[in-house]
Unconditional design. Structure first.
Length: 188
């Protein structure tokens, strides 16, 4: 990519569930940020709650977008969301379309996650198995928070049940009714 073909607006990379900036020495966006910057692209890898609803993560993203716009002087940003980050980016685009030039969904569960549906059916949060799964996810989340060497902001809230419900087929169907912006017309 030549300097002249760099996007007009900054790129904002939005991570998925259990996302991070850099886990010890391993960056979430392994090599992508550096390659884009070498090509002259203004790019930001952002952090949002690793486990929370699309709406909570989306509000955190909007706050970060405001900071990026102030820092760069740009009028808008392009969002690239991976996995749950796609839904987070779509929420931001729905709430503040004036700040978003584009949304790109990379492996986004834009119609729900079969895994989330399976876990919902077989590990209800009020069952012993569901409580064990929640405990394990909290431990993983805490461990990842401790090992994330790339994020230096405030502690972000974690809500495992909101995160899980946000990714079920039913949860995403409701999300799509409320925030249809950026919903891909085809997928598969």
């Amino acid at each position: 990519m030549s300097q002249g073909s760099a996007p007009r607006y900054p790129l904002v990379l939005v991570p998925g569930m259990l996302g991070f900036i850099r886990l010890v020495l391993y960056p979430y966006w392994y090599g992508i940020v550096e390659a884009l910057r070498r090509a002259g692209v203004v790019v930001f890898a952002v952090q949002v709650s690793p486990l929370n609803s699309n709406e909570v993560r989306g509000e955190q993203l909007l706050a970060r977008i405001d900071e990026i716009l102030r820092e760069t002087g740009a009028a808008k940003v392009n969002l690239i969301g991976h996995s749950q980050g796609s839904l987070t980016a779509r929420y931001a685009a729905a709430k503040r379309p004036d700040l978003i030039a584009s949304v790109t969904s990379v492996a986004g569960p834009n119609h729900g996650s079969e895994l989330a549906d399976y876990l919902h059916a077989h590990y209800p949060h009020d069952s012993a198995r569901g409580r064990l799964l929640s405990f394990l996810l909290r431990v993983i989340g805490a461990l990842m928070g401790w090992l994330d060497t790339g994020y230096h902001g405030p502690k972000l809230p974690v809500d495992i049940h909101a995160s899980h419900h946000s990714l079920t087929t039913a949860g995403v169907a409701l999300f799509n009714q409320r925030y249809p912006q950026g919903l891909p017309e085809t997928w598969g």
